[in-house]
Design a protein around this ligand. Structure first.
Ligand code: SAM
Length: 277
């Protein structure tokens, strides 16, 4: 059932949008000297060795992080993200970080990370990667169910990152339904939802379902690497953020203006950053 392995895709154009956005959310929220809870419903392995045969098979990182890491005129906030990515590797390993590792870098010892991952090969890797962070807890359980049981957090401040693999078409509606469940339990949390852009109708349905929930603030950011709507496979991706920090849309806009031309596959990349979906 669980066939998706993020190792094949680590560092691609979708990862750079989702991880930059996540880093900006956490950087903002950690400015305040009050504990924060981070919940990652679909955590993956935490860190990805790009020298492995899996990552080498498609080399998707070349068209994502590979295109922006040494580009000229990099905005300062993008440099902050790139510096974190660089820190994830070492002299003899070329690695790309996953969301749990990035979050752990930005969170403070008194913040807590709750990380769910179901894949039998990726869960032990996640545990190993995160063993260095004593404030993190890994669960090999369903992230949808577990996250509901963790809300509201005692800290009353929290970020929930929902990043499934969308292997099943119903994952789009599952994500929207789940968001409703979580926000009813904890309406003031920040929720970040990643989605692939493969079929425009699916994306429009997801947007409609989230809009219908009438959250006070819903931002949305998208990056597509081709203008060809008939292109096969994932031509782009997006992030929906409920209760975004006030500065987020401007920061993601700066990232998209910088990154979109660099990751274009046919000169036709495009993006949008909506403060209100
Ligand atoms: C897109 S990857 C996550 C990537 C990670 N969030 C990151 O940004 O580095 C999705 C992960 O969800 C896992 N997964 C699938 N269904 C799950 C479930 N119901 N609960 C927890 N994890 C699940 C998959 O094994 C896969 O590793």
């Amino acid at each position: 059932m669980l066939s998706y392995r993020h190792l094949y895709h680590a560092g691609n154009h979708a990862d750079i949008l989702k991880h930059y956005t996540l880093c900006r959310i956490l950087s903002y929220l950690t400015q305040k000297d009050k504990p924060l809870r981070y919940i990652d419903t679909h955590a993956g392995a935490g860190r990805y060795d790009l020298n492995t045969s899996e990552a080498q098979k498609l080399q998707e990182y070349n068209d994502g992080i590979g295109r922006i890491r040494n580009a000229p005129k990099t905005p300062a906030l993008v440099k902050d993200y790139l510096n974190l990515v660089a820190k994830c590797g070492s002299n003899n390993s070329y690695s790309y970080p996953g969301s749990p590792w990035l979050a752990a870098q930005l969170l403070r010892p008194y913040d807590r990370l709750e990380l769910c991952e179901l894949h039998p090969q990726d869960f032990p890797r996640l545990e190993k990667t995160m063993s260095a962070f004593k404030n993190s807890h890994c669960y090999d359980v369903d992230g949808f169910q577990k996250s509901a049981s963790l809300l509201p957090p005692v800290e009353r401040r929290g970020v929930v990152f929902i990043d499934p693999s969308y292997e099943l078409k119903q994952d789009y509606s599952k994500v929207a339904d789940h968001l409703q469940v979580l926000t009813r339990k904890f309406s003031t949390g920040v929720y970040a939802i990643w989605y692939p852009i493969v079929n425009s109708d699916q994306v429009a349905r997801l947007h409609r379902a989230v809009r219908k929930q009438q959250h006070e603030k819903i931002a949305c950011y998208e990056l597509s690497v081709t203008a060809d709507e008939a292109a096969k496979g994932m031509r782009g991706s997006g992030m929906i953020v409920i209760n975004p920090p006030w500065s987020l849309t401007a920061e993601v806009t700066e990232f998209l203006e910088f990154a979109a031309p660099l990751v274009a596959t046919d000169g036709g990349s495009h993006w949008r950053a909506l403060d209100t979906l």
